[in-house]
Design a binder for this molecule. Sequence first.
Ligand code: 6R9
Length: 667
Amino acid sequence: MAEAVVDQPAKVVSEAHGVDTFHPPQKMFEKHPSKPHISNLEEYQQLYKESITKPHQFWGRKARELLSWSRDFQTVHSGSFEHGDNAWFVEGQLNASYNCVDRHAHADPNRVAIIYEADDPADGRNVTYGELLREVSRTAWVLKQMGVRKGDTVAIYLPMIPEAIIAILACSRIGAIHSVIFAGFSSDSLRDRVTDAGSKVVITTDEGKRGGKLIGTKKIVDDALKQCPDVSHVLVYKRTGSEIPWTEGRDYWWHEEIEKWPAYISPEPVNSEDPLFLLYTSGSTGKPKGVLHSTGGYLLGCAMTGKYVFDIHPGDRYFCGGDVGWITGHSYVVYAPLLLGVTTVVFEGTPAYPNFSRYWDIIEKHQVTQFYVAPTALRLLKRAGDEHVKAQMKHLRVLGSVGEPIAAEIWKWYFEVVGHEEAHVVDTYWQTETGSNVICPLGGVTPTKPGSASLPFFGIEPAIIDPVSGEEIHGNDVEGVLAFKQPWPSMARTVYGAHKRYMDTYLNVYKGYYFTGDGAGRDHEGFYWIRGRVDDVVNVSGHRLSTAEIEAALIEHHSVAEAAVVGVADELTGQAVNAFVAVKAGQDANDALRKELIMQVRRSIGPFAAPKAVYIVPDMPKTRSGKIMRRVLRKILAGEEDQLGDITTLSDPTIVERIIASVHAAK
Ligand code: 6R9
């Protein structure tokens, strides 16, 4: 049992550093169906040590324990960072859809695999593992009949409906590579991704439904395909039944096609290193990169983190609010829960529709045990007010956070107001390229500090590097950029068609390391604090400041809803801090508030970090996945409003004009 942890009080204040340490709450253990997979921090440390010093032994054992292989492997790992040729479970063969579906369908066909929570709370349905096997098989047949072969890429442009999972698994069933494109992307972005991947088949819906609004997905596909002559087939799932344009001989209805085929197709065994999927992600410059993940290593990363970070146990109902169009949706809506044979919630809507209680109502209704979301959503919901959080949500054991640093204030709100201090908050740091969580607490095990992603996951050996000298900085209480010293199974293998770009972005920056692109600190206890992308670092009079840290200070002010900080060139200090702030409803935006905010940062971090200017704006320029595009803010301040670059990925491109107007009014 987890006595060592359970006996701790829920919260201990480390006075010397002024940071609170939280232990997994006692109540979490009381409502637990059994107990966490790992008993205590010491057991984590032992296993962690084994994963670093004997990775072959550790990963070989875990790969056999958590995945089913149609052919066993002899070589656990080969290759190196230097050569960019890492390979895992080399001789092994397996099939992703078999691991996600068949194993559980055989054991218990009536177990619910997917809870589909539709945009309209009155709609939705459940899909059992037995049904999932039949649906995936039929769809796999359809793809095959359309000419899709092992190693081909299939573009999936679908909203958050069960068919997105079915399409993903149907690809993997026949050894095809899925390339999911977030269904909020414009037709131009879709075109670029379909072309780069060379996809000949596109899967979409007639329309999507989100937050009560209709999205013309098929129309966007049609626009994109005007410039994709190689696409031969479009498979269209009927979601709303609206009239849509149709191209005979190219477009096919999902429901008509699947009827023609048997409910079973045998899974195609693939080599462990065969690609499973491509996912496009934006770099700091240039065109989006098609990050490629291979099969065995990626699946193991998902299963391992699902099990240990989220404490997944049989019978759990797991709800990740991420979209399948992003890596969070791939790993934690689809693969982790299904590999472990539990129920995953697929939510089509938004947290604000029909009202701000939507997430909490879903969690209550389906007795969700683990919830995983980005801080941006939590900020929105906190701003909306605690009165929307009426649900008890008493089955929740783990509350995850992902995608950006979570400010202590938001962390505490998540823990207290959402979790009633009965669930363990896990702030998970990772990237599209890492495949699965890399720095993260283990649910029910690791003590946490609000704002710290805590300790490395198994097999991850972090290094803090001095960006100026390029040397690793050893010891604790250090700051620098974050890199990893040894390969891990779920790391991306290449950038599709651009291996040199892969090498230059991740492996050639610091020889012998994988470079994350993030700044990080390691505190006196070895806990990691992610400071944000290194391109968001501001250097003021030789003080290296994290924009995230200043933002966290600003957000502590009771009037502030969201804050974004950028560095602008300054004659005197090299760079100066400029802050953009969106205030809560009903708060006045005036000079007094600006002064208070500057004081807030001075108080919280130090006078050197004080913003030189504070702009109060109606909202932030955010990508559809909720990340603030600071590049846009920097350009506006530099007076380069005509050189904003690609802003089509903003969730609301019209916000830019309004921000420009606010900045001009203030100047
Ligand atoms: C999973 C995901 C990756 C970047 C990453 C970092 C930021 C992600 C974070 C976090 C602080 C966390 N990031 N998780 N920063 N704390 N818990 O978001 O993948 O879209 O590729 O973004 O997101 O900057 O480098 P991706």
